[in-house]
Ligand binder design. Structure first.
Ligand code: AMP
Ligand code: ZN
Length: 113
């Protein structure tokens, strides 16, 4: 496997502004925010992208969504927020370690660009 920057964050080898951490899941602020609130929630174990979700790891994915709901509440994203998982080259995925962007604090267009 190629070097993975999010595995480094999961292992504590690379610093991040952490919002949440347990044995399986981690949430931290995106380094290049594209909204007033922009954080990422990921599996600490390496999963490549949405295409690699399966019966063995899907309980971690549902846990990720529980964390998203709790953090959206904690950060008072009461008027709405967007959850995005770029999956693969055409979608613009740049880090091949499954993560969900949570974006809030502004209006989001639909359909996205
Ligand atoms: P994606 O392009 O959907 O794969 O998302 C990757 C995201 O990770 C981008 O929004 C980057 O700004 C963000 N990112 C890359 N490296 C770091 C890092 N070390 N800490 C926090 N966010 C990062
Ligand atoms: Zn990884």
């Amino acid at each position: 496997m190629d070097h993975c920057v999010f595995c480094d964050i999961a292992d504590g080898k690379l610093k991040a502004k952490i919002l949440y951490k347990d044995e399986k899941i981690m949430a931290f602020y995106d380094l290049e925010a594209v909204a007033p609130i922009h954080f990422l929630v990921m599996s600490r174990a390496h999963i490549v992208s949405v295409k690699a979700i399966n019966k063995e790891n899907s309980s971690t994915v549902s846990g990720i969504f529980e964390v998203i709901a709790a953090l959206a509440k904690k950060l008072e994203l009461v008027d709405g927020f967007r959850v995005v998982a770029n999956s693969g080259k055409l979608a613009g995925q740049t880090v091949n370690h499954l993560h969900f962007h949570v974006l809030g604090g502004r209006v989001f267009e639909w359909p996205p660009g």
